[in-house]
Design a protein around this ligand. Sequence first.
Ligand code: GDP
Length: 449
Amino acid sequence: MFEALGNRLTGVFDKLRRRGALTDADVQEALREVRVALLEADVALPVVKDLVTRVRERAVGQEVIRSVSPAQQVIKIVNDALVEALGGGEGDDGKRGLDLNAPSPVPILMVGLQGSGKTTTSGKIALRLRTRDRKKVLLASLDVHRPAAQLQLQTLADQAEVTGLPIIAGQTPRQIAERAMDVGRRELYDVVILDTAGRLAIDEALMAEVAEVKAFVKPHETLLVVDAMTGQDAVNTAKAFQEKVGVTGIVMTRVDGDARGGAALSMRAVTGAPIKLLGAGEKLDALEDFHPDRIANRILGMGDIVSLVERAAETIDQAEAEKLAKKMQKGSFDLEDYASQLKQINKMGSLSGILGMLPGVGKIKSQIENANLDQTMLKRQAAIISSMTPKERRNPDLLKASRKRRIAAGSGTTVQDVNRLLKQFDEMSAMMKRMNKLGQKGLMRGGLG
Ligand code: GDP
């Protein structure tokens, strides 16, 4: 999410940085470009106007121009305005993340259009609550219009290793909700997630059905699931649901496929409801918390090191990681280490998702994606490395033409594949050296200077 906007803004700020001392005109020009970039990212016009006005008020004038690093100052101001637009202003803290602070079983109602990812998200939330928060979760589908939807939720419940409410044909959504809450109380569940039926578009019947269930269950959270890829339509959908049903939070799905991110930036201002979670993939573990400050950092190309480290902490073998880190610092990182790193990356999930969190990688990310560095690529590279002798892995310079041919044959690849791997290894070593330096300067702590 936000790659396109991030690239545009990075361009604007690169230009500012080259200037040194800024005039009012420089700042105005940069703001014009920020405005265009936001509009191209499909951010709603009133939100763009408001954001640019806010930045202008703070940026234009003596303060910025006289400051030691005027460009950094402007970036900081834009950063703060983005955080505010994303809902990170003061007093918002308590509304972020799921609120489970209620007597058990806590009912969570999932609403949204068909195809938005509602059912998948119900499964994702169930998995997270069971594994991370150690909750006992019951999943129930209220979709009586599509029997397949009830079966789909049961499949997801199985995958997430939580209980699905047994399906009884012929019950109304309200009857199912009643039964789910009864079971929830009797069998001491912590959370009951109710997945309602979706429609292809907003219609009265859908709203009436959702409203009836909501009035009966009195959910503690009513989460609206919207597809980020639908841009402004997602914002309009959210507005309609907010007016007719009332929601406590928004989950944006498919942010993995949405390069523009305009919907996320408009959502808070247009609907007043906070974005609570992001869906970033089809797999059940592809669910992220929404942190306005981290997202703003991602947009401005400063990376989301905090999320990256959190994700890493969940998946990576700590001892192994420390060993690698030491080697990196000593500059003795070899292909053996590269292979073990590939294995770790593979465990962390989608590579492009990870790259998006690294500072300054936004720009090269698309190049890497074009080079097709995906899971299959990772596996192929692992195969190539395992066809090398230990000596070759420790000293890649040994790899001349005949050895490359042998390795290609041994791993079922081509000499070009071997060359590509070696090039990538070189680039990665170089990037690590750079990150090492950055880390030492303290920039990785997210400081804006
Ligand atoms: P529902 O009709 O709203 O319940 O939608 P589903 O949960 O059935 O999801 C529709 C499709 O979107 C499925 O193929 C899901 O795998 C996919 N999907 C859901 N969430 C995400 C996401 O965050 N990223 C991606 N790429 N696909 C998703």
